[in-house]
Design a protein. Structure first.
Length: 274
């Protein structure tokens, strides 16, 4: 299902003020309704390699598996489960590719990446993440974080060991408990969300949310919702104005109208899967 005219997607990535190179990577495919953001880590340029492998592999794998599909697949629970499995398989392939390179090339040893991915289909969003790159949603005047970081800091918050105020000044912000490509296997945290017209979704690396408070991010998107490119540029400028200590990447997705699928060729899909 081509999502042109249904979704508006804008993505920007900036190196920031203190780091070279840019180890973030972003990708999107309007035909699939797919957006992907990764924030790499590792030795010299290894993080850049990991994030590029992640984004390119996921887009390529999903395009290969879904290019023969037509609207009508996901009008039933089992259909959504099948699409979820395609996404999980694509992330598994990306993890294997990163891990294989890290094991075979000394300069890439230990590299990995965070990941946040969104797939829009049948008035729903399949949202998956690994690590501390985030997904937010602006619906009417409410701006909410839809992912929970896989980090030591988040674990401390969940267990009550520290307060949210203490977390703002913690030295453990970048200690991840889950990342793509570090181990032979990884678990993608995947959730399904109902989507409404006029929703705006933000995918971002921690180069944004570490430096700009959530309320300021939400207010900026709300005030500039008519111009997503301007909103994305403003978010990156705000992070840079606050120090730009990391690479900064954002993807904004505005839902222009509903995108239900019709019940058609449903059985053909499952025949194709066999």
């Amino acid at each position: 299902m081509n999502m042109t005219g249904i979704l508006e997607i804008v993505g920007l990535s900036d190196v920031g003020q203190r780091r070279e190179p840019n180890e973030d990577a972003i990708a999107s495919d309007i035909d699939l309704g797919l957006v992907v953001l990764a924030d790499g880590m590792g030795g010299y340029k290894a993080g850049e390699v990991a994030s590029e492998i992640a984004t390119q592999t996921i887009v390529a794998e999903l395009k290969k598996r879904m290019q023969s599909l037509e609207p009508g697949l996901v009008d039933a629970v089992s259909g959504m489960q099948a699409v979820s499995q395609l996404l999980l398989d694509a992330v598994t392939r990306a993890n294997q590719s990163i891990y294989r390179v890290s094991q075979s090339q000394a300069q890439c040893a230990g590299m990995g990446t965070t990941l946040v991915v969104g797939l829009f289909t049948n008035n729903k969003l399949l949202a998956g993440h690994i690590g501390d790159s985030r997904l937010y949603r602006l619906r009417q005047a409410e701006f909410v974080q839809m992912t929970e970081d896989h980090s030591l800091l988040q674990g401390q918050l969940n267990s009550g060991l520290i307060t949210p105020e203490q977390a703002k000044h913690s030295n453990n912000k970048n200690l991840l408990t889950r990342a793509l490509g570090i181990d032979p296997e990884v678990e993608l945290e995947l959730h399904q969300h109902e989507v409404l017209p006029h929703d705006i979704y933000l995918l971002c690396s921690d180069g944004l949310n570490d430096l700009v408070p959530d309320d300021e991010i939400g207010a900026t998107i709300a005030n500039l919702s008519a111009n997503l490119e301007l909103a994305a540029n403003q978010l990156i400028q705000m992070a840079n104005d606050n120090g730009g200590k990391d690479n900064i990447s954002v993807i904004l997705v505005k839902v222009l109208k509903p995108f239900p699928v019709e019940r058609a060729w449903y059985n053909n899909f499952f025949h194709w899967l066999k």
